[in-house]
Design a protein around this ligand. Sequence first.
Ligand code: UGA
Length: 446
Amino acid sequence: NRATTMKISIFGSGYVGLVQSAIFADVGHRVTCMDVDADRIERLRRGDIPFFEPGLEAKVISGVEQGLLSFTADAAEAVGASDYLFICVGTPAGSDGSADLRYVMSVADSIAQHMEGRKVVVNKSTVPVGTADAVEARISEGLTARGVSLPFEVCSNPEFLKEGAAVTDAMSPDRIIVGARSKATIDEFRQMYRAFNRNHEKLMFMDPRSAELTKYAANAMLATKISFINEIATIAEAVGADVESIRKGIGADPRIGYQFIYPGAGYGGSCFPKDVLALRHLAEAQGCPAQILSAVNDTNQRQKQKLGQRLIACLGEDLSDCTVAVWGLSFKPNTDDMREAPSRTLMETIWAHGGKVQAHDPQSMAACQAIYGDRDDLIYCENKDDALANADCLVVCTEWKTFWSPDFDTIKRTLKHPIIIDGRNLYDPGQLEALGIHYYAIGRGR
Ligand code: UGA
């Protein structure tokens, strides 16, 4: 287990690729991060990070200043620079829910086209089981087409970081899953991850297919926990119980645990919705039943409708004279990511019923505007109080810290109707009732 600088090239400068590039450089490896988007590469060279992620900018800038991290839009340069080539490109959902591998395969093609000596190719993107084998076949084809025979191995090393905590997650992983076959590669992975493998053994070696399925199983399990507690919340609401008491009551059992059993407006983001569907697709393609995954997805779709349904129950079907204050747009706090965000389902419901939105989010208003463009029925507010002005009621979509302890007197005074619909269970129903505010949360006995 020698401590030696390694040369690593990372294809893709999205969340996974950029974070991994920055933290490998941070522990002394020589990293080349490649992206086909030349403008993005130009900006990254100047330390301009294309998305909001706490702590990332400082690591990228310091990596560049130390000469350990460089950016290129030239695939040949990235292939030539390193023995280890990480594929960290996107795998968007195809129309049938399967993962679209076109970007992964295009990196495989570049590798086959430009490699000259032994390479270890590592899939870090979340990919269907069998992708390491498919990438291997694709590179072999490319080499055959060039009429050369060169040694290479394709491994799987899935990523488990969370947006908003990506840098800390990547610096202190719970586990490092590696699907690799050869002894030489396993030894090199030990060397590569040496700085992250502290306190106890975190590296787990397995075959590539098991590593690929571990990633999907982890996300599907977490999504299942969320849909489960959301279903319990619906039952709690129907029978007049409080899901917040139930959450604590079941979480105290270490076999269940407190994490990922927060009821809410449904899970969003770029991972859970897509990965649950991709795993279901994979299972069904093999003739395996996937009822749990289907139920997890269906429950989540219904959950995302809840805020809009509650709003209509409060204000009526016709929202044409209504303005709704929306606090929080991103799918969770500490990110500007709007992908699959429950706020989108809510806003689209409001618009479908003729209403207007006045929104405030600490980070994602630009991302929201990039999706919806300029429209009269969506007004962005610089602060959370501005969003309340002349609004009929307030809906909380994201649990940003700034929304946890608002001035309820101001809210009550400013809103036309004293109604708060809370998709994150941030407030105390008793306190709000005493203040004369009608408070509707998730699974809290109404
Ligand atoms: C998720 C996983 O947590 C990471 O381990 C994984 O690496 C990542 O996907 C990925 O595959 O790349 P992320 O999507 O960034 O990370 O966000 P989470 O913090 O997991 O939240 C996902 C969604 O679940 C959010 O909408 C959040 O509000 C919701 N959630 C989470 C709940 O509704 N309740 C909870 O108890 C926890």
